[in-house]
Write a protein that binds this ligand. Structure first.
Ligand code: ATP
Length: 456
C-alpha cells in the first residue's frame, strides 16, 4: 500500500481519533551564536539562519483502538511528529487534531519537577493530564504498586536513577485512563522485568485504547501494531499495514548496508533441480562455538518465591534447564541440546495435568513453546497428592540475540479447550543472552547443515 493509499484507507474509516494534515516543523539553524543576535537586531529585514525541516508534508489518520508503529532511523522525525500529537510541540505548518486524553512517554522525566518528591510529581503529572486530586487519591496505591520504587516515592525526583524515573512516569501514564498512549520503546529498555510488566499492560491497553509506539525494533512493530508509518529525513516513505511497511523499511536498511547492490529474485523455475535434504551434522558448530559467533546464555535460577497465580491445587516447586544427564545448567551455549525440567507437587488429585511453557523476549513476544497435552493424550494419569511429578521438554537451544528472555510456565488441570490453571508463572526462568554477531530472525535455529555446492 502506498502512503497516499494508506492515509486514504485510514481516513475513510469511522471513529478517527487523530488526524494530521500536511504537518511540518521547521527549525532555524544559526551557524554562529552571533547570528541569532543579529537576527534579533535586523528583524525580518535580513535572514541569518538556514531553514531545516525536521518534518514535512505528513498526513496521518488514526482510528480509535488502532495501534500505530512509527519507525525510522535516528533523526528521521519520529519524536517531532509524536510531540505534535502529544501537544507539546506546535507544527510550523499543517493541522493536527486529537480527540480525548493523550498521555505520552517520549522524553524521560520531561513532565517531572526534579525538586518535588515522586508522590508530589504523581499528583502534578496527573493534574496536567486532567485528573483531580480526588481522582489521584483513589488511584495512588495502584500507581505506587505498579512503579514499585518503595520508600523513594517520598524523596525528590533528582535523587532517582533513570530507571526509577521511567517506572514512575510509566505508572502514572498507565493509570490516567488515557484514550491515546504514546510510547517511545527505547525508554523501556533497562530493567527487563519492568519492561515485561509494561508490555503486558500495553497488550491489555491495546484492546481498548489507541497506541502510538515508536520503536527501532522491527519485529516488535510487526508483532504489536496494526499499521506503521515509516519516516525518513522528515518525510513519510511508507504508511499502511504494519508488516508491509516494516518489510519495505528493512529492505531499504539492508540495501543501504549493501551499498544498493541488491536485486529482487523471481520465483524458482518449476522443474529446476533441487538439493536433496539429508540430516547432517553441522560441522560449523565447533567452529562457531570456538569463535566470537558463540552465543552464551546465562540461566538465572528459578526463585520459588516469584509471584504466580492459579488455583494452586498443584504448583511448581522447581524449574531448571539441564543437560541430557539431568545436571542443572547455569550457562547454555546456543545450539546445545538442553532439557527444560518442571517439578510439580499437588495437595489434591489433579485429574488431567497439563504442563506447558513458552519462551518470550523482553517485549513479551512468544518465540516458541510446547506442552505435554498430546504426549499424554489417551493415557492421562491423575496426579495424586504427595506424589511429585516432573515434566521434561527436550530441545536444542536456539541462538538468541543479546538480551533477556523469559520462560513462562503453566500447569493446568483439564484438556486443551477446557482446563483450569493451577499455577502460572510469567517469568519462571530468565535467560540472559550474550551474542556478538547475529544472522537473522527473532531466534536462530540451530541448523543441521548448510551447504553451497554445484549440482552435478
Ligand atoms: N530544537 C531543534 N532544533 C533544531 N533541530 C532539531 C531540534 N529538535 C530536533 N531537531 C532535528 O530534527 C530532526 C528530527 O529529530 P527527531 O528527534 O524528531 O528524530 P527521531 O526520529 O525521533 O530521532 P531518534 O530516533 O534519534 O529519537 C533531527 O535531525 C534533529 O536533529
Amino acid at each position: 500500500m502506498s502512503y497516499e493509499e494508506g492515509a486514504a484507507v485510514a481516513a475513510g474509516a469511522a471513529d478517527v481519533i487523530i488526524r494530521g494534515q500536511s504537518l511540518g516543523k521547521c527549525y532555524h539553524i544559526y551557524d554562529r551564536p552571533s547570528h541569532r543576535l543579529l537576527q534579533g537586531l535586523w528583524g525580518g529585514k535580513r535572514r541569518f539562519y538556514r531553514e531545516f525541516w525536521a518534518l514535512r508534508g505528513v498526513d496521518l489518520t488514526v482510528r480509535r483502538g488502532e495501534t500505530l508503529g512509527i519507525i525510522g532511523r535516528n533523526g528521521s522525525g519520529k519524536s517531532t511528529l509524536l510531540q505534535m500529537i502529544a501537544g507539546t510541540l506546535a507544527p510550523t505548518e499543517g493541522v493536527i487534531q486529537v480527540e480525548g486524553r493523550v498521555a505520552a512517554l517520549l522524553e524521560l522525566g520531561s513532565g517531572f519537577n526534579p525538586e518535588f518528591t515522586g508522590r508530589e510529581n504523581v499528583y502534578l503529572n496527573a493534574a496536567i493530564l486532567g485528573l483531580s486530586t480526588a481522582d489521584v487519591d483513589r488511584r495512588i496505591e495502584r500507581i505506587l504498586a505498579f512503579a514499585d520504587i518503595g520508600a523513594f516515592i517520598d524523596q525528590p525526583i533528582r535523587s532517582y536513577s533513570s530507571g526509577m524515573v521511567m517506572r514512575l512516569a510509566f505508572s502514572v501514564m498507565a493509570h490516567v485512563d488515557a484514550d491515546v498512549l504514546i510510547i517511545d520503546e527505547a525508554l523501556a529498555v533497562g530493567d527487563a522485568f519492568f519492561t515485561q510488566k509494561c508490555m503486558r499492560f500495553l497488550r491489555e491497553f491495546k484492546e481498548r485504547g489507541t497506541l502510538l509506539f515508536v520503536s527501532h525494533d522491527d519485529a516488535a512493530v510487526s508483532a504489536l501494531c496494526d499499521s506503521a508509518l515509516w519516516l525518513d529525513d522528515g518525510v513519510v516513505r511508507a504508511y499502511g499495514e504494519a508488516k508491509g511497511v516494516v518489510h519495505k523499511y528493512l529492505e531499504s536498511v539492508i540495501s543501504a548496508r549493501q551499498d544498493g547492490a541488491m536485486r529482487t529474485t523471481e520465483a524458482e523455475t518449476p522443474g529446476a533441480p533441487r538439493t536433496r535434504q539429508r540430516p547432517l551434522y553441522d560441522a560449523r558448530r565447533d567452529w562457531i562455538n570456538a569463535s566470537n559467533l558463540r552465543n552464551d546464555v546465562e540461566v538465572i535460577p528459578f526463585d520459588p518465591a516469584v509471584p504466580g497465580f492459579g488455583e494452586l491445587r498443584a504448583r511448581m516447586t522447581d524449574v531448571s534447564l539441564t543437560d541430557a544427564a539431568g545436571n542443572p545448567l547455569s550457562w547454555v551455549v546456543g545450539g546445545e541440546s538442553v532439557v527444560l525440567e518442571v517439578s510439580i507437587v499437588s495437595d489434591d488429585v489433579i485429574r488431567r495435568p497439563i504442563v506447558g511453557f513458552y519462551l518470550k523476549d523482553r517485549l513479551g513476544q512468544q518465540l516458541f513453546g510446547d506442552n505435554t497435552y498430546l504426549t499424554t493424550f489417551g493415557n492421562e494419569r491423575p496426579m495424586q497428592p504427595g506424589r511429585p511429578m516432573r515434566a521434561r521438554f527436550e530441545f536444542e537451544m536456539p541462538r538468541l540475540r543479546s538480551g533477556d528472555y523469559f520462560v513462562t510456565i503453566g500447569i493446568a488441570d483439564g484438556d486443551k479447550e477446557d482446563h483450569v490453571i493451577q499455577h502460572w508463572i510469567h517469568e519462571a526462568l530468565t535467560l540472559r543472552s550474550d551474542c556478538v554477531e547475529w544472522a537473522a530472525g527473532l531466534i536462530g535455529l540451530p541448523m543441521t547443515g548448510i551447504h553451497l555446492e554445484e549440482v552435478k
